[in-house]
Design a protein around this ligand. Structure first.
Ligand code: A3P
Length: 915
């Protein structure tokens, strides 16, 4: 039996390890602890009559101990009883939100006829290329997909007009002083441009070491007071600038930074856009600390004909980001207005997957439904989108299994999408039959439980198989589920979030997914990194809020456990939606994923085309890439052409090297894969890699690919660089005139009717009104020869050190030397002695491969053809045609460090003036 004494000691010992913790956790507990300590002697001294009280105290202590233990340490049988207390209720202070609905407001339409004279682009003057605010401005513009050009202040102005159009819709000065102190000439030029094209200026007043009080802004009836600490920001509801931003509420609390500028004016051209008050800690009178001070001011242009918006602080304050976007919209007459519609889709991943004790119970499902109903009043069509892996249905505690049942009883209240039957990552499957079987199991499960199977949307666990693409997943998705749309955070990369994009592969739309800050492990507010303060910061103007403001289409992924436990997801979404309604005029809606996908690619049609990146350049991508795939199976260098310059000879010579190997031949295009330039690109990376030997089975260490059409393909450098950023590039140049003629002869030899019906001269002089086939032949003859233009495009992606230019005439006349130089450039070890393996064949008129000591093996009849020489008039015409291109090529070669100019280039450039 336990004595009073011993029981008290047990209580004390039970309590002891928790003391420091309990002390931290609020006055109630501290009070109880004091009570316990003070009563302890009495229990010992007074034996009779106090026993009951001691036992009662002990009981209370035990309950507290269990409470603390279960609440803060682990999931125990008691935790489900205790943990519910920490749940947060959305409490957005917002006068304009009456109940669940909001008072309607009109967002200004900034469009006017003036917008037709300016391009939707911003010119940003930064202090330096590294300055913080400049970077923040650029990031904000990128996020909102607004085009911009950055110029460093103080240099000469860029060209501002293009024909009769203004190239920029708004001019932004990161530092307002740089505008005010511009040299007279440039200032007059810029102001003239602004007046003529009705272009406005945004300026940020910079922090200064010296505190200015009532200082006049140079040349303007405007005065500033700098270096202030401010609080409680509010907006001028009457301002015509407001469009995205909604006035009516106060952003209570201190504004970030201690270097705010406020404006005061004595001219009617100025109207405040935002106010704040002085920080009351700054020893001010009550009246002073209540007076609203203009922190952002609009200049209507009455004074000097130019409209401006001036900010007294940078973009650190969230409200300024909104006002900045509105200023761009207003000052560009609507040319830079962002859409006000926002799609919002909340996916709930793994609705049945989760450890016992962390899953949804009945009351969680009730809360889910109730919150959904409330959100529906603010976001038309809102329904949580539940993703299921059927295998884990009814795998929880008995209470949680009731939760599963309640979800299915309300199956029609939600949207549903298929996850994976067993939550397996698709990239781990090498066998499509197995993958399909697993998907079919989930489909059968859905049918059995009345879950709709026609959403056309699916999500892969951990983004696996979506990007980098695991073809098997796409194939199985189509066959089993008829999937048309999915989403991922990984394309092109998780970070930076502002650059996430969508693409379409095999007719499946892959949408970018945004991050809401909740993860599988963030199920209790105490464990949320940074606690409630951080979560609220993200919601109230911070990252989550901004994500929705900047992205017309938002797909968020949350985990089932975010809806049980502390139900952080319910709190987060309801709160952020309310905050958005409070501070913006955005119209939030939800639609089924298929509709959202279609809308996305209507908005951004250019994104339909994927750009395959290198999975080995991103550790996250490597983790979700099949273990059977390796970047070693990709080429180390590319021979990019152009056609008819000797690319087959080079390909053959390279392949003679025992350590060098090319791709397997493609059945479609003779030996060339032609991946980066044509439709083959849409077949994906797996398809491209299938042309190269798996390293462990290959003897050659240097893989390369030659496709002569790469040279002049518009999209090729970008695509090649995305996949092979470290690859070396090899190009061969001959006289562009001779190249054009060789191509013409090539097409004739292939029986091309146009080439047979028209002379070379007729082809190269064909006008733009000629029949299409003739124009096409003309273009294929002429366009690749504009060497400088194409090389510049390659050099805008690749550094010059990765490019090697071969003189095609040298390849023809002295291939041994050419190959030696190339081996040095490619750092091929050991080098191959071509002098022993190449010999001139007088019959062929070219160098050929030596076989069996005294025989040669030459290229086929189609290489080194016999045909009559080019007519002189055609050569002269082409000399003139290529004059500017060849001149630019000479400059380019010099820039690249070439000591001598090829003879053919000198010849092509000679006599052109007299001809
Ligand atoms: P012609 O057939 O017009 O003479 P490509 O392989 O890029 O299509 O280029 C074909 C050209 O390579 C031929 O054009 C030929 O002039 C040139 N060439 C260079 N070295 C060669 C070689 N050793 N054997 C055959 N052709 C060679």
């Amino acid at each position: 039996m336990m004595t009073e004494n011993s029981s008290t000691m047990v209580a004390a010992s039970l309590y002891k390890p928790l003391l420091p913790f309990v002390e931290r956790k609020g006055s109630l507990m501290i009070g109880l602890r004091r009570q316990m300590v003070s009563r302890r002697p009495r229990c010992i001294l007074v034996k009779q009559g106090t026993v009951k009280r001691c036992v009662a105290a002990l009981l209370v202590l035990s309950i507290i101990s269990i409470f603390c233990y279960t609440r803060y340490l682990v999931n125990t049988p008691f935790s489900s009883l205790m943990r519910r207390d920490s749940r947060l209720e959305p409490s957005i202070r917002c006068a304009i939100l009456s109940g669940a609905t909001r008072v309607p407001a009109v967002a200004h339409d900034h469009r006017s006829a003036a917008r037709l004279r300016i391009d939707p682009k911003v010119l940003v003057f930064v202090e330096t290329t590294y300055s913080r605010l400049g970077r923040e401005i650029a990031e904000l513009l990128v996020y909102n997909r607004i085009k911009y050009k950055v110029e460093v202040s103080g240099k000469s102005l860029p060209v501002l007009t293009n024909l009769d159009k203004g190239k920029y819709g708004v001019i932004v000065f990161e530092n307002l002083n740089k505008y005010l102190q511009m040299d007279k000439w440039n200032r007059e030029l810029l102001d003239k441009y602004c007046r003529e094209y009705s272009v406005g200026i945004v300026g940020f007043n910079p922090p200064s070491e010296e505190t200015l009080v009532g200082a006049q802004l140079r040349g303007f009836p405007l005065f500033i007071h700098t270096n202030l600490r401010l609080k409680d920001a509010a907006l001028n509801a009457g301002s015509p600038v407001l469009r995205l931003t909604r006035a009516g509420e106060t952003a209570w609390g201190e504004l970030p930074g201690e270097d705010w500028t406020i404006f005061s004016a004595n001219h009617s051209t100025y109207e405040p856009l935002a106010w704040a008050t002085r920080n009351s800690e700054d020893f001010l009178s009550a009246e002073m600390s209540r007076t609203p001070l203009a922190t952002v001011i609009q200049d209507h242009g009455v004074y000097d004909g130019i409209q401006r918006v001036l900010f007294g602080g940078g973009l650190r304050f969230w409200l300024h980001k909104l006002l900045f976007l509105d200023s761009l919209s207003y000052l560009s007459h609507g040319q830079l207005s962002v859409s006000l519609q926002r799609f919002l889709l909340v996916d709930v991943d793994d609705i049945f997957v989760g450890e016992k004790g962390t899953r949804l119970r009945k009351d969680d499902v009730v809360a889910l439904l109730a919150t959904q109903q409330r959100i529906q009043q603010l976001v038309p069509g809102f329904r949580f989108n539940l993703g299921f892996s059927g295998k884990y249905f009814h795998h929880g505690t008995s209470e949680e299994n009731l939760g599963d049942d309640l979800l299915l009883e309300n199956v029609d209240s939600f949207m549903w999408f298929s996850h994976m039957w067993n939550h397996q990552q698709p990239h781990l499957y090498d066998n499509i039959t197995q993958l399909e079987m697993d998907m079919t199991l989930n489909r059968e499960f859905a049918k059995e439980h009345g879950i709709p199977v026609d959403s056309g949307y699916s999500i892969a666990p951990h983004h696996s198989g979506v990007y980098p693409v695991h073809e098997m997943l796409y194939e199985a998705w189509k066959r089993v589920w008829n999937i048309r749309v999915t989403s991922t955070e990984e394309y092109p990369h998780l970070r930076p979030a502002r650059l996430r994009r969508g693409f379409i592969h095999r007719n499946i739309m892959v949408l970018p997914r945004q991050t809401c800050g909740l993860f599988t492990h963030t199920i209790m507010i105490q464990r949320y990194p940074g606690g409630r303060e951080k979560l609220d910061e993200a919601i109230q103007g911070g990252e989550l809020f901004q994500t929705i403001v900047y992205n017309p289409i938002n797909i968020f992924m949350t985990h089932m456990s975010n809806y049980g436990n502390d139900r952080l997801a319910l709190y987060t979404f309801e709160s952020v939606i309310k905050f958005l309604q409070c501070w913006t005029n955005l119209r939030l809606i939800t639609a089924p994923p298929l509709q959202i996908g279609e809308r996305y690619f209507q908005l951004y049609p250019e994104e339909g085309d994927p750009v395959w990146g290198n999975p080995c350049d991103d550790v996250r991508h490597q983790r979700i890439w099949s273990h059977n795939k390796t970047c070693e199976q990709l080429p180390r260098f590319l021979v990019i052409g152009p056609q008819k310059t000797g690319t087959t000879a080079l390909y053959t010579f390279l392949s003679m090297h025992p350590d060098i190997s090319s791709n397997f031949p493609s059945p479609d295009t003779f030996e060339e894969i032609q991946f980066f330039n044509g439709k083959n690109y849409y077949r994906g990376l797996d398809w491209y890699m299938s042309f190269f030997p798996v390293p462990k089975n290959a003897t050659a260490r240097y893989l390369f690919e030659k496709s002569a059409t790469y040279f002049d393909g518009d999209l090729v450098p970008r695509r090649a660089h995305a996949l092979l950023p470290h690859a070396k590039l090899v190009t061969i140049l001959i006289s562009p005139a001779r190249r054009a003629y060789s191509w013409y002869q090539h097409t004739r030899a292939h029986g091309d009717q146009v080439a047979l019906n028209y002379s070379f001269h007729q082809v190269i002089t064909a006008s733009d009104t000629s029949p299409k086939p003739l124009r096409e032949l003309r273009n294929r003859c002429l366009n690749p020869g504009k060497y400088s233009q194409h090389l510049e495009r390659w050099l805008s992606y690749y550094p010059p050190q990765q490019l090697h230019i071969i003189d095609g005439d040298q390849l023809r006349s002295n291939p041994v030397e050419t190959m030696n130089e190339l081996q040095r450039f490619l750092k091929i070890q050991p080098p191959f002695d071509y002098s022993k393996h190449l010999r001139y064949d007088p019959k062929k008129g070219f160098f050929c491969q030596v076989v069996n000591e005294d025989h040669t093996k030459c290229l086929g009849r189609s290489k080194g053809r016999q045909y009559p020489p080019m007519e002189d008039k055609s050569y002269k015409l082409l000399q003139r045609y290529y004059l500017s291109h060849n001149t630019a090529l000479v400059k380019l070669l010099k820039r690249l460090g070439h000591r001598s100019v090829p003879q053919w280039l000198k010849d092509d450039l000679s006599d052109t003036v007299t001809a």
